[in-house]
Design a protein. Sequence first.
Length: 369
Amino acid sequence: MLKLPGLIDPHVHLREPGATHKEDFDSGTSAALAGGFTLVLAMPNTKPPIFDASTLDLALAAAKEKARCDYAQFVGAGPDNADQVAALADKAAALKMYLDKTFGELRLDDMTLWQLHFQKYPKQYPIVAHSESRSMAAAILFAAMYDRPVHIAHISLREEVLLIKAAKERGIKVTCEVCPHHLFLTAPLPPPVLRTPSPIFPENGGGLGGGRGRFEVRPRLAAQKDVDALWANLDVIDCFATDHAPHTLEEKDSEKPPPGFPGLETALPLLLTAVDDGRLTIDDIVLRSVTNPRRIFNLPEQPETWIEVDEKAEYEIKAADQFTRCGWTPFEGWKVKGQVIRVVLRACEAFKDGKVLVPPGYGQNVRAW
Ligand code: NCD
Ligand code: ZN
């Protein structure tokens, strides 16, 4: 049995308030524990979005009542809330800025609106930017101009990882994360093939079923050259993040499929399978799922917290076995090697042999410690 520190996921969507039919703090943090995560940072693109004191209170009240693992809640950058969110910084995970189009209402088009946030948000916390391609370059320019940390969410492209590498070499305070789906999947082949080839595990991939909506995710799944570049430049990547973005199967297969994949319960098994494959080491995982997110987001250590993993256990990923409420996974049927057996969270057995053992409300807001 392999013992690791409790993992931190710096990017999850728990859908509360507003869309608890997709997920809530209870189901989402159960999924986290089952996936080996003991601390999750919740995104603010809810309904209503979390963007001021009263909406932050709304999310934190739901979390306090329902979360089973520890958490912190992001606040979102809006067109006129720079002072308000800056005043909330010590209570929030960090500030999230949506610079490109995705799910939810929080998006800032006008770059002059970015400036106030970069000036005012306290520098001991990063600004997390959803920014793809050239808007990512703009976010890095802002990090340089205001000499403050920026964390680029879910990078997916060769040009992104190479630009971040160059920016880091010049001393700009930029960090980044990558999601398992951008490491293990490429863009679907054109219809009617509808399969997602796995460039990493050729025996996996394929048979997602359903319509093209199941492949919708932001950033989009990329090309082989992009996936290759992410693996080749892993030293540039600071964190693994799931971007757990649950939408129901019915929604994914509808006329207007929302973008997003669930990921909390598949991330570690996929990464451990890559370890078995010789592409990654356990130290690589601990660095990017514990050490670096803790440092970048200024998170406290969780006392007496660890996970136990059976590296040899082989099994098939099945949506039916998952705690997430969304009812599907893009990795259905994939064969993986490495299973979470037990999770101990603050000296309490929180998950064992497929069962979540701590009640709703056991999870704590680490920003209140
Ligand atoms: C996310 C969601 O559904 O909230 N969707 C996604 O495709 N990643 C939003 C986001 O993180 O961009
Ligand atoms: Zn996201």
